[in-house]
Design a protein around this ligand. Structure first.
Ligand SMILES: *Cc1c(COP(=O)(O)O)cnc(C)c1O
Length: 383
């Protein structure tokens, strides 16, 4: 049994995806070929943003808006600690300081009350300048955007939705980009919308910001308005107006994603059916089954339960050929390189408690009922 069965998905789309890949290969336009723009248009339409921009991975997607906003030493970025490292990792790249915020015990996403307390703590101390909030759609479900966006706005902070795990999720029928300044995602193969290598994207309604991020992703290249302003006469490719990086989405990966996006809504529905079935059959046999925020639809990057004897359960399942995973055993604030960064008032008791109790079960759109029953039976029989 696979934890995430990417082969089953490939079998479904093999003919189409092979044709797309070979068409990209034959065109020879490996960098920023037409598939990239086609995908960007499709991603923007899918998530209701005016602009989507492909980039090299979900980590770069997070740093691009921070660079565009000119984050620098002395700036504070508020983010959860109960997330994949990349969420916080990009902040010290710019010399800025991550400030860790605790999570809601039911959804594992950023606790809005603790976010507000953390911003007030930083303001009261007066050493750091609060600039940005990064909310994460952990395990595929939307963060509490109405409250988080309201807090960010009242304190004059920008809001990034790190939707690497949650791309496609909705709250009250709207995508995270409805509330965020920038939404980021990752196309790492195991994410709900993954490609066949590394890839990522940023989405925004802010046309000026999109232009700066596009420039930053290609070595700070001059954009049409930069050229206009400066009356530059040479190849604009070698006219650099800011210090950027190299972060593009490969044409071949965009080609793969175009075929995957076409079946993505159907896959999200399948993931929800599978999660519902897990919930029904496991509710009485584990400490907790996942709870989705009211009005939210998760894309179920992970199906995560809690169990007081998590490690023993994992060993029991492994002995029956069932893979599990722990996301995340060591929260970021407890990792050595991040120990020097502050947490909000009272520390992160919920984060620390959850790290010892969570365990994720196999979850992907092609998990059939027979395999799911094997998992459910094994959990019910665990003593
Ligand atoms: C995977 C992930 C990222 C980083 O994506 P990469 O494409 O691997 O760089 C960022 N944030 C979260 C929450 C993730 O799960």
């Amino acid at each position: 049994m696979q934890f995430i069965d990417l082969q089953a998905q490939y079998t479904r789309i093999a003919e189409k995806v092979d044709a797309r890949i070979m068409s990209a290969v034959r065109s020879g336009r490996f960098i920023l070929g037409p598939e990239v723009q086609e995908l960007e248009t499709a991603l923007a339409r899918f998530s209701g943003s005016s602009r989507a921009l492909g980039c090299a991975n979900g980590t770069d997607a997070l740093v691009l808006p921070l660079m565009a906003w000119g984050l620098r030493p002395g700036d504070a970025v508020f983010c959860p600690s109960f997330t994949f490292t990349a969420t916080a990792e990009v902040v010290p790249w710019l010399g800025a300081t991550p400030v860790f915020v605790d999570i809601d015990p039911a959804t594992y996403n950023m606790d809005p009350a603790h976010l507000e307390a953390s911003i007030e703590m930083v303001k009261a101390k007066g050493e750091l300048n609060p600039r940005v909030v990064i909310a994460v759609d952990l395990f595929g479900q939307p963060a509490n955007y109405p409250q988080i966006a309201d807090i960010a706005k009242r304190h004059g902070l920008k809001l990034i939705a790190d939707s690497a795990q949650g791309f496609g999720c909705t709250l009250e029928g709207k995508h995270p980009s409805h509330w965020s300044d920038v939404t980021t995602t990752s196309f790492f193969p195991a994410k709900p919308l993954g490609c066949y290598g590394d890839g990522g994207a940023v989405l925004t309604d802010d046309a000026d910001l999109a232009e700066i991020m596009e420039s930053l992703a290609v070595h700070g290249k001059a954009m049409p308005r930069d050229i206009e302003k400066r009356a530059f006469e040479h190849d604009p490719k070698y006219f650099n107006v800011r210090i950027g990086m190299n972060s593009r989405l490969d044409t071949i990966q965009a080609a793969v994603l175009l075929e995957k996006l076409a079946i993505f809504p159907d896959e999200i529905a399948a993931r929800n059916r599978i999660a519902e079935r897990y919930n029904t059959h496991l509710e009485k046999h584990v400490d907790s089954v996942p709870q989705v925020i009211a009005g939210g639809v998760s894309v179920w990057a992970q199906y995560t339960i809690e169990h007081s004897r998590r490690d023993a359960l994992s060993a029991h399942l492994k002995s029956r050929g069932i893979p599990t995973a722990v996301y995340y055993p060591i929260p970021i604030h407890a990792q050595e390189p991040y120990a020097k960064y502050p947490s909000g008032p009272g520390g992160l008791p919920v984060t620390e408690n959850k790290a010892d109790r969570v365990i994720s079960l196999p979850m992907h759109p092609y998990l059939d009922e027979a395999a799911q029953d094997t998992i459910i039976t094994a959990i019910r029989e665990f003593q």
